[in-house]
Ligand binder design. Structure first.
Ligand code: SF4
Length: 436
């Protein structure tokens, strides 16, 4: 079967070319390799914005070092292995590495890169001109990301009523988050809220509005967009692009005035964190009221939830947990839900509780869909199945069709879940409700 969203796994690194091409290349790469069918513009485009001769490679190939001045590599936890294997085959003195993992564990990269950048960076040359191997990223906010280096036709997102051919893009108007939710790694990358200059946001919106093909959907990637004092101004600018907007927000910020502005500005969906239903979160005290308000104004609600696999070991605990979770869905009626297994991040308040369970071999599983904290393979696989299964039950329930929306519309949400169901069907067909 040709998969629509199927994840491409990294297997063998292949040579881009052994014949020298143009010289002085500055190549941006993302580790793990960018998934062409399930993702958005890579964040390394921000670093490439002020670099002449820059190019982005969406494949982590081997290059001819003689052609290249710099390899500019962004590494997330699940790409650490892939990066290390790749880096050992290239000239150390040409490799600059940054991103989430180098920010958290810079010392892990000392053998692999001549400069290790900590934190956000959009001024590559200012940053690397600092002395020392580990340097703080410098951002000057002069240029928009280097969108021209990337084909946004490759972007794909799972959104209710978004069809495969609808183009989507994304924008960041701010960086960082001043809060410290105990599981969240965002404040590690940037622990205070930094708004990009409004003139730069305007310039980016004008660029995206003129982009061909015109984006039909835009994701505001800010960690908690309305935390910015001038968020309304920023939202009006983004709405001028003419795309349907979806954004992250915490429920405690939502009131009627905000929801009216969202509606006016073409906000289609708001992503709220339900998180772990066994924990309490200050930001979620008015979650019910926030979901109700959004529904009243016809704005979709996207709830992400966390499953701590260590809390649901055993049949009874699992059944009890998912029963409570499903009841929350029935109360809150989200149009979209998304389950994530707990991933303990170093530097977060919860790290001390879990670090003894995490080793380097687990890094490749940091994609939120693996219950890697459970070391028994069979038990882990079952947990991964059940997290999918209960989401499938919600989407295919009579309740969802009658009270929420029609699931069966061949949008990216429907197609992705059908694809996952086909994968799980091989092993678990007897569990699926035959009506599904
Ligand atoms: S979950 Fe949201 S509000 Fe909490 S620290 Fe992370 S980004 Fe900030």
């Amino acid at each position: 079967m040709n998969k629509i969203f199927g994840n491409k796994t990294w297997e063998n690194i292949s040579f881009e070319s052994i014949i020298p091409r143009k010289r002085n290349r500055r190549i941006g790469l993302s580790f793990p390799e960018q998934k062409k069918s399930l993702g958005l513009e890579p964040s390394v485009l921000t670093v490439l914005s002020q670099v002449t001769n820059a190019e982005f490679s969406d494949r982590n190939l081997l290059f001819n070092d003689d052609d290249v001045d710099y390899y500019i590599c962004s590494v997330y936890i699940s790409g650490v292995d892939e990066f290390k294997k790749w880096a050992l085959q290239h000239n150390f003195n040409k490799i600059v590495v940054g991103g989430y993992h180098p920010t958290t564990f810079p010392e892990d990269f000392i053998k692999y890169a001549y400069k290790i950048v900590v934190g956000p960076c959009d001024d590559f040359f200012e940053t690397i001109s600092q002395s020392g191997q580990i340097v703080q990223g410098i951002s000057t906010y002069k240029e928009i990301p280097a969108y021209h280096l990337y084909d946004s036709g490759q972007n794909q997102q799972i959104i209710p009523n978004k069809h495969i051919d609808d183009t989507c893009t994304s924008i960041n108007t701010s960086m960082g988050c001043p809060f410290k939710c105990k599981f969240c790694c965002s404040p590690i990358m940037c622990s205070k809220l930094i708004s990009k200059p409004i003139e730069l946001v305007k310039k980016e919106c004008i660029y995206l509005e003129r982009k061909i093909p015109k984006p039909k959907w835009i994701f505001i990637r800010d960690e908690n967009f309305p935390l910015q004092k001038d968020w309304k101004h920023r939202l009006y600018l983004v709405s001028s692009i003419g795309a349907k907007i979806y954004l992250f927000c915490s429920a405690n910020l939502i009131d009627e005035d905000m929801v009216k502005t969202f509606k006016e500005c073409n906000v289609y969906m708001v992503c709220l964190g339900l998180e772990n239903i066994n924990d309490e979160y200050g930001k979620n005290k008015n979650l019910d009221a926030a979901c109700e308000l959004l529904r009243r104004y016809g704005i979709y609600v996207y709830l992400s939830f966390i499953v701590n696999p260590l809390e649901i070991v055993g049949r009874e605990k699992g059944i009890e947990f998912y029963k409570r979770l499903m009841n929350r869905f029935y109360d809150l009626k989200p149009e979209m839900i998304c389950g994530n297994f707990l991933m303990p991040f170093r530097g977060t308040p919860m790290w001390d509780e879990y670090y003894h369970l995490v080793s380097e071999e687990d890094y490749k599983y940091y994609d939120s869909k693996s219950a890697f904290l459970i070391k028994n393979k069979l038990c882990r696989e079952k947990m991964e199945f059940f997290m999918f299964y209960y989401q499938w039950l919600y989407y295919t329930s009579d309740f969802y069709q009658k009270e929420v929306r029609n699931f069966y519309v061949n949008d990216t949400l429907h197609l992705r879940f059908k694809e996952l169901k086909n994968e799980f069907d091989i092993k678990y067909s007897r569990i699926f409700d035959k009506r599904c």
